[in-house]
Ligand binder design. Structure first.
Ligand SMILES: [Zn+2]
Length: 219
């Protein structure tokens, strides 16, 4: 009843072109096809030691970039049903099947606690929560961020390493020993953050590490 009324007052629409769609959270087929670009990301040689494979659902530009920014910086949880639809379409793609079957648990790249408190959530956890539930993979908090790090866009390779050094730790090594882990994050740019998280998990005895992000600037 409420849903019917709501749909009458605010008809469900595609998040990008605003064409009417059947249900809230759905995209029009054209925009979904344009946005969902599931791809395996190239990793630099040092990263390949820690991360077996890294995948992104789309490119960090246009509509997907706006959706991520709206969630992350303006706290717009109304974007989540659209993200869910996109991830589920990716899940149906089967390319990720071997990874989802191989992992024991998922871990989101953690925020510094004060930052998470200020934002009210960890965006990576919100983004992947329903997807992981559908894939029957537990989302666990095996990593903590020990200090804040600065934005890495302007930094050199060496400054990046310094910036991330000792930034992460596992909460309990016993829980990750021998486990295959899916690291999730909202975006991958240099991959340095995911690499650092993977190294920390590996050092604690984790098995194979995979990385999955909503968007990457690789195209
Ligand atoms: Zn559309």
């Amino acid at each position: 009843m409420w849903e019917t009324l709501l749909n009458f007052i605010f008809p469900p629409h595609c998040p990008l072109c605003h064409a009417y769609v059947e249900e809230r959270g759905l995209w029009c087929p054209h925009c979904l096809q344009e946005t969902l670009k599931l791809q395996r990301l190239p990793l630099k040689v040092p990263m390949q030691k820690a991360i077996a494979e890294a995948w992104a659902f789309g490119v960090y530009r246009g509509g997907l970039q706006s959706i991520i920014k709206a969630l992350k910086y303006r706290g717009r949880r109304s974007t989540l049903p659209y993200i869910d639809t996109l991830l589920r379409a990716g899940l149906a793609d089967k390319q990720l099947g071997h990874i989802l079957a191989a992992v024991d648990m998922a871990v989101a790249v953690p925020l510094y606690p004060a930052k998470e408190k200020q934002r009210g959530f960890n965006q990576a956890e919100l983004i992947f929560k329903n997807f992981l539930q559908a894939a029957d993979i537990p989302l666990t908090r095996q990593l903590v961020r020990l200090r804040t790090t600065v934005s890495m866009y302007q930094l050199s390779e060496q400054e990046r390493r310094q910036n991330l050094k000792n930034a992460f730790a596992v909460t309990a090594a016993k829980a990750v020993t021998g486990k295959n882990i899916l690291l999730v994050d909202d975006i991958l740019t240099t991959g340095a953050t995911l690499h650092e998280c993977a190294k920390v998990l590996k050092a604690a005895g984790a098995g194979t590490i995979y990385a999955l992000v909503l968007a990457s600037d690789h195209r």
